[in-house]
Design a protein around this ligand. Structure first.
Ligand code: GUN
Length: 285
């Protein structure tokens, strides 16, 4: 088998265009421009790239994006004060604090401080709880983006054996909940999983988000599986690669996401959708 490509770049472009059209309708009706505040603590180069891409995608979709770049040594209290100010700002519909945060700041405290109706990352315990209970409102961007990619490509999920490798709050856990809600049978693997290979070999839908280049050998992939690679790893020569051995997996899978051009663009497109939703549903933009 030679896998077909799950074209995240193309589908993300379609989603971004839909958001842009909707923003134009809002403005034509005399309503307020949706606004996203992006907070970056320090100047980690990878975070800077992500923040720049998010900012530029907002501008292209007609969403006002306000960047807050604060020094790495900012105190936790000063960061919480900034979040409080953004919570109160009526021009801000969404607040995104780029992760990871420096070690002296407790990420959970900061995430929980963001008003749940401005939590366009979907990481607040309220929004994660809603997703757990099959009552989602704002859903984490990467897993929701993966669901959109699978849906718009026409891949059926009901009853499928789904294996998620990685149990992070950003990817693995919400991805498991999304696939469970789509009526897959889900298995979540993590660093203490015994016999990871056996689980991966069972997967009809395989989602990997661990941040280790080529962590999953291609020969582990089940014949005909749908493979979603959430990893974006920069190698020493500057090239980007995923968590799955792409060449090997292509020989086994029916569908596979490339890196780059797979999940990454879907995450950003979903952030725009979430910001538009926050503006329309919660803040009467
Ligand atoms: N760092 C890596 N991915 C993400 C994300 O989706 N949101 C935020 N805020 N930080 C991240």
């Amino acid at each position: 088998m030679s896998a077909q490509i799950l074209d995240g770049k193309k589908i993300a472009g379609e989603i971004r265009e839909l958001v842009h059209q909707e923003v134009k309708h809002l403005l034509a009706d005399g309503r307020r421009q949706p606004g996203l505040a992006v907070v970056q603590v320090g100047d980690d180069p990878a975070s800077s790239v992500y923040v720049r891409n998010k900012h530029s995608a907002c501008e292209k979709a007609g969403i006002l994006s306000i960047k807050h770049e604060v020094p790495v040594e900012i105190s936790q209290q000063a960061l919480l004060d900034l979040v409080d100010a953004l919570n109160e700002d009526p021009t801000v519909d969404g607040i995104l604090v780029q992760l990871p945060l420096p070690a002296h700041i407790d990420s959970e405290t900061v995430i929980e401080r963001i008003h749940a109706d401005k939590d366009v990352d979907g990481f607040h315990p309220y929004n994660m709880g809603r997703l757990t209970l099959k009552m989602p409102l704002l859903r984490p961007c990467t897993p929701k983006g993966v669901m959109t990619l699978l849906e718009r490509t026409g891949i059926p999920l009901e009853g499928k054996e789904a294996v998620i490798v990685g149990a992070s709050n950003i990817v693995g856990r919400p991805m498991t909940l999304e696939l469970l809600t789509a009526r897959c049978t889900t298995t979540t693997c993590h660093s203490k999983t015994a016999d990871l290979e056996a689980h991966v070999r069972r997967a009809e839908v395989l989602v990997v988000g661990v941040g280790i280049p080529n962590f999953i050998p291609g020969e582990w992939v089940r014949e005909g599986a749908v493979v979603v690679d959430v990893g974006i790893n920069r190698l020493e020569d500057g090239t980007l690669t995923g968590d799955v051995d792409f060449e090997g997996a292509c020989r086994q899978a029916s569908w596979i996401t490339p890196v780059p051009g797979g999940v990454g663009p879907m995450t950003i497109a979903t952030l725009l959708q979430n910001t538009l939703k926050a503006a329309e549903v919660f803040h009467n933009a």
